[in-house]
Design a protein. Structure first.
Length: 416
């Protein structure tokens, strides 16, 4: 057996967008339009759009790979090509093994057939014998929790029921390659957790999983590798934490002084401009990384081109998966006051012990009486490190941050 389950070489997909639509016409309309067309030939030509371009990637047998990227990055197009729903424009794809897909709620289900009939239909599409499907049937129904409705036509199912049965079929009918799109967002939290556990089990059996999601925590916990797509091309492929860092606009080599003066402005010219964000350690030295036992000083430099009556600055810490950890403003410490035009700096300090050993990002706001003047997003915080910690244990802790907890010793309970 070769080492790879999926090999993608120079893959590209082009679509035609825009251009005039062709309505129904009579012969007279066609002749008249032909005469007029000489005068405006070339107008309204359709445009060509590359949803994917020059994508090359290999996925090993038994590997779980996350595919991340903004909306429109090409994730769904890639999965549709791998699932043979659409053909590529350029390049080639090599798949070694049977492919099970879950791209949209109800994909591959016939609405007039019952849940039972759709299970057997999907198994047949995967090339399985009836005996194989029957052997897995009870396990599929139990996982999907639709026993009561298994002989009801699926057109009467809710989206959640549809999803549960579709995922159960895709995961239990033993495809060598399982492809799952963002459909898990439809399910409740308990079922999402159940699905993530099942995908891990599939990979441990030596099968391959491609998982597209905007849930960065799920990507981090489940995947061994993550691929970031940007404008139809592979921007990064590697460790999930690093891919997520790129996804949110950071970079692997964090900087102690970040110039943000030339980034695209967020709200036009409101008379304020954040110039830079600098990170310093407890001794006032540039900080590229901070130990979890130390404090981090953040210095924000900005300019005002007009007078501000009630100036305020606010900050927010964002976890790598995109969830806000906490926020605080200067006005929490003192009332907003006036500032004249000029160059200014303002600093605040963070205790790194409250942060996990994971990527975090900083958002800074400047405001006048609560109205935003300027703000910057996705400023990468220095890496939080702890040389004394068990890194494997640290990176698998739940939650967005670390809150110190005092534990008592274990002792014999003598009764009340």
């Amino acid at each position: 057996m070769t080492a790879h389950a999926i090999r993608i070489e120079g893959l590209g997909k082009q679509y035609t967008i825009g251009g005039p639509q062709a309505p129904y016409r009579t012969l007279r309309d066609t002749l008249a339009e032909g005469a007029r067309g000489i005068l405006r030939r070339g107008a309204g030509q359709p445009r060509r759009f590359w949803a994917l371009r020059d994508v090359s990637l290999e996925v090993r047998h038994g590997e779980i790979v996350g595919i991340i990227g903004r909306n429109g990055a090409g994730k769904s197009t890639l999965l549709k090509i791998l699932s043979r729903i659409t053909a590529p424009t350029t390049g080639r794809v090599e798949l070694r093994g049977r492919v099970g897909t879950l791209l949209e709620v109800g994909t591959g289900f016939h609405p007039e057939l019952s849940g039972r009939e759709n299970v057997f239909l999907n198994g047949a599409i995967l090339g399985m014998r009836r005996e194989e499907i029957a052997r897995k049937f009870d396990e599929i129904v139990a996982f999907a929790e639709v026993e009561q409705f298994i002989d009801t036509p699926v057109k009467h199912y809710s989206s959640g029921m549809y999803l549960r049965l579709a995922f159960a079929v895709a995961a239990h009918l033993e495809p060598e390659i399982l492809i799952v799109d963002e459909v898990l967002a439809v399910g409740d939290a308990a079922f999402q957790k159940k699905c993530l556990g099942k995908m891990g089990e599939v990979a441990r059996d030596g099968r391959t999983v491609l998982f597209v999601s905007h849930n960065m925590q799920a990507v981090r916990q489940l995947c061994e590798r993550a691929v970031l797509l940007q404008h139809g091309q592979v921007k990064f492929s590697g460790a999930p934490n690093q891919a997520i860092l790129h996804y949110f606009g950071g970079n692997a080599a964090r900087e102690a002084l970040i110039d943000v003066s030339d980034v695209e402005r967020r709200g036009g010219n409101n008379g304020a401009l954040i110039q830079s964000v600098q990170f310093l350690d407890e001794q006032g030295r540039p900080s590229y990384a901070v130990e979890s036992s130390n404090r981090l000083r953040v210095v924000v430099r900005f300019t005002l081109s007009r007078s501000v009556e009630r100036f305020d600055m606010a900050m927010a810490i964002i976890h790598g998966e995109g969830s806000a950890v906490f926020s605080e403003s200067l006005s929490d410490r003192r009332p907003p006051g006036p500032l004249e035009p000029g160059a200014y700096c303002c600093a605040f300090e963070l205790e790194a012990r409250y942060l996990k050993l994971e990527p975090y990002f900083l958002t800074i706001y400047l405001a006048d009486d609560g109205r935003t003047l300027d703000h910057v997003d996705n400023v990468s915080l220095p890496e939080v490190v702890n040389p004394k910690a068990d890194s494997l244990k640290e990176t698998h802790r739940w939650g967005l941050a670390r809150i110190p907890v005092e534990w008592s010793d274990v002792r014999i309970h003598a009764g009340d």
